[in-house]
Design a protein around this ligand. Sequence first.
Ligand code: FES
Length: 154
Amino acid sequence: MLSEAERQAIVEERDRWADPRAAGVEALKAVQKHQGWVSDAALAEAAEVLGMPVAELDGVATFYNLIFRKPVGRHVILVCDSVSCWMLGQESLYAALQGKLGIAPGQTTGDGRFTLLPVCCLGQCERAPAVLIDGEPVGEVTTDGLDALLDRYS
Ligand code: FES
């Protein structure tokens, strides 16, 4: 169930646009900001507020890979798997991250601390290999620096 703050945020986004469907992404981001992810129930309520079919808003949510449709950990690590990062060691970095966290891509650590996901180019190619942690880009990530990087997130 949407909180009043979530509902209000969606209404504000909806009212900014001539076509309320244009507010779909921002509405989903508002839900995710409050709940951490977007459940089926929350998506259905958001669609109702926007006056658009649930399936259409679900399509928007599916298209944008920064909208999480399953519960995630307290910190979400998105690892770029596009060409510049791949050329500069993404594969070994990704494998090391999976080993340190003890999870595969798409999974969350048992303590709920981290979720690990792949993502396409983050626009940080000049700082490859790059990751996005809780929405903040981190570039020139090295396997040796992973422990210090992960220690920043409790
Ligand atoms: S290829 Fe990884 S940030 Fe662009």
